[in-house]
Write a protein that binds this ligand. Structure first.
Ligand SMILES: CC(C)(COP(=O)(O)OP(=O)(O)OC[C@H]1O[C@@H](n2cnc3c(N)ncnc32)[C@H](O)[C@@H]1OP(=O)(O)O)[C@@H](O)C(=O)NCCC(=O)NCCS
Length: 207
């Protein structure tokens, strides 16, 4: 695990409590990256901060996942990217209107800088590819090996290439569990209580 000192060296724009970044994760431009509380970034994750990266709280980014493309990336609270997910926040010109790839000077290229947004409680299955300009709504589940080319509607399960809706994903249990977690792990005014500061309740240490 990365130590607090190493995190200081990485100089994130902002970083919360109880964040674990495994030592083989590679993070470029940490000064444009904001990370919330209770986040885990596994070994072999590759993140380019791009035009700005916002990682919420209770977010997991699984091993071998990459986030790059030079645009903006948002992932909201309680969302997760499984292993091997590829998120692209920008693109080269695939239409033949310019030269492509970063070895070529910019005057000959037309890179598009875009965004990817992933909503609260979304979960993205292994080896999924998410293309630029996509918003994955709150509570969406994306099946393994999917190709997400368009927005995904909230609380829906998608899979396939291109990803299509499979069925509704019920929200009630997830939202009720989040409410209970917040009652236990946040102060009444909504501040996250770090693990080290947690108290005992009914004889049990909250975790
Ligand atoms: C998409 C998913 C959530 C659907 O799960 P489910 O609701 O239990 O659906 P089922 O397993 O009943 O599958 C329904 C149908 O879709 C197909 N299917 C399921 N997931 C698929 C996927 N990712 N890609 C293509 N087809 C898929 C199944 O083969 C089945 O087809 P059939 O009706 O012709 O037999 C699940 O299959 C999945 O991909 N989960 C991601 C798992 C993952 O990546 N875990 C990593 C650790 S977090």
């Amino acid at each position: 695990m990365i130590s607090v000192n190493q995190m200081d060296q990485l100089r994130f724009r902002k970083i919360g409590n109880d964040v674990i970044i495994w030592p083989m994760a590679k993070i470029v431009s940490p000064e444009v990256i904001t990370i919330g509380d209770s986040v885990i970034i596994d070994d072999f994750v590759f993140i380019m901060g791009g035009a700005g990266t916002w990682i919420g709280s209770f977010v997991h980014i699984g091993s071998h996942t990459s986030i790059c493309g030079g645009g903006e990336f948002f992932i909201d609270d309680f969302a997760g990217l499984s292993g091997g997910v590829r998120v692209y926040t920008g693109n080269e010109d695939y239409g033949g209107g310019s030269l492509t790839n970063p070895t070529v000077p910019l005057t000959y290229r037309r890179p598009e800088r875009s965004f990817v947004r992933i909503g609260r409680h979304a979960i993205v299955g292994a080896n999924t590819v998410i293309l630029p300009g996509v918003t994955i709504g709150e509570g969406v589940a994306v099946g393994a090996n999917s190709l997400v080319t368009r927005d995904c509607e909230p609380w829906t399960t998608y899979f396939g290439s291109p990803a299509k809706p499979l069925k509704n994903r019920p929200s009630a249990t997830i939202l009720e569990l989040e409410k209970r977690l917040r009652e236990n792990l946040f102060t009444p005014d909504g501040q996250y209580i770090p693990k080290a500061d947690r108290f005992f309740k009914d004889g049990k240490k909250l975790s």
